[in-house]
Design a protein around this ligand. Structure first.
Ligand SMILES: [Zn+2]
Length: 386
């Protein structure tokens, strides 16, 4: 049903194009050209200017063969995480992996390949289908910034699929809310050998805060992490400043609130006992925190149009797709909040965000086959319901 060589070659072509977040221009141009060759009207929006990137989201509108039918959205992101430049794919049978120095970029170039192959097959095989609005986003990996800046009032689709997860047997329909946290810990600088009594170590305050903190998996629905810590200039100086970045996520808003509050409290409690008086001037350790909502949870019910469509399409292929909750956020979190009901179907990417990333092309083929069947079935249902 699909052209395996073609989709595999497209994936290989895409992953060799550097596209760290905010630097997706080259891959955006390739995607734009491919979409135009498939007959789409393509625009690149102004999201790049808004987020400081070198290109916007690629929005491609494919005309369907069923006039007047409501369009469906298909989406994947164009950016990859660091280290993702100069990817040299190693092909071992059906497995494609990086050479161990970079990520592979199957996250999410495999999603782009699945969408383009699906549309190519619909055209070639004259499969009746509705209009398709394809959104190839930028900056997914740095806070879903491309999706956040898609002007959905200019899209007609109110349901669709994101192709940005691992196993094509799974459809992610639930995802967490996430808070982004930053902490600035202020101590007091002093010579570590001559006058340690006159200093307050921001490193020690931060360390005590972290040691007291619940991190990692908090419960089934909740996770937390401190991912960045920076501070200090020399071993003989008591460090007066440490900067930390972290996050908390939960499928449950109240749990997210509680975990976020706990992390902030750990810093303030750790700082509280530290104070010194030097030349009559009293200095206390203090912490400034910044808490921002990065994205909000998604929760698409199994009874929804899009999930039912995926279930039915998979069943027609003799496959089973199961709905699942993800611990990660993706563009679907944003689209759902913007009124486009969508779920996230797997494309075969594995061990993502590591230099061990790999992909089994058979999974990507399966994902594309399911996608074609979804579009085909959707067209049939739209026509039948007229
Ligand atoms: Zn991704």
């Amino acid at each position: 049903m699909i052209n395996q060589e073609r989709i595999k070659n497209l994936l290989l072509e895409l992953i060799k194009i550097d596209s760290h977040s905010r630097k997706e221009r080259e891959v955006a141009q390739v995607v734009k050209r491919r979409c135009e060759q498939l007959g789409a009207e393509v625009e690149i929006d102004d999201a790049g200017e808004k987020v400081g990137g070198n290109t916007g989201n690629v929005i491609a509108r494919f005309r369907g063969t069923i006039p007047g039918a409501e369009p469906i959205m298909m989406s994947a992101h164009m950016d990859t995480v660091v280290p993702g430049e100069g990817v040299r794919p190693i092909i071992e049978g059906d497995i494609i992996r990086s050479d161990g120095t970079t990520v592979l970029g199957g996250d999410d170039k495999s999603g782009i390949a699945v969408i383009l192959e699906t549309i190519a097959c619909l055209k070639e095989q004259n499969i009746p289908h509705t209009d398709i609005e394809a959104v190839f986003s930028i900056c997914e990996e740095v806070g879903l910034l491309g999706a956040k800046n898609v002007d959905t009032s200019r899209l007609r689709a109110r349901y669709g699929l994101v192709f940005d997860s691992d196993d094509p047997g799974f459809l992610f329909t639930k995802g967490p809310s996430a808070n982004h946290l930053e902490f600035r810990v202020y101590g007091l600088e002093s010579h570590a050998g001559v006058a340690p009594e006159q200093g307050i170590s921001a490193i020690k305050v931060a360390a005590e805060a972290i040691a007291a903190m619940k991190m990692g998996r908090i419960d089934e629905e909740t996770t937390a992490n401190i991912g960045i810590i920076e501070g200090g200039k020399a071993t003989n100086v008591i460090t007066n400043f440490v900067y930390l970045k972290g996050e908390a996520r939960s499928l449950d808003e109240a749990k997210l609130e509680a975990q976020t509050r706990h992390m902030v409290e750990c810093f303030h409690k750790a700082a509280a006992p530290y104070e010194v008086t030097v030349d009559g001037k009293r200095t206390r350790a203090r912490v400034e925190e910044k808490v921002e909502r990065e994205y909000s949870a998604m929760d698409v019910p199994d009874s929804s149009r899009v999930v039912q469509l995926v279930f039915a399409a998979a069943a027609r292929l003799g496959r089973q797709v199961k709905t699942l909750a993800s611990g990660g956020g993706c563009d679907a979190n944003i689209f759902n909040r913007k009124g486009i009901e969508c779920a996230n179907l797997g494309t075969g990417m594995r061990a993502i965000h590591t230099v061990n990333e790999w992909l089994d092309v058979k999974d990507m083929y399966a994902s594309a086959e399911i996608a074609i069947e979804i579009l085909k079935l959707n067209g049939e249902l739209v026509q039948r319901n007229r």
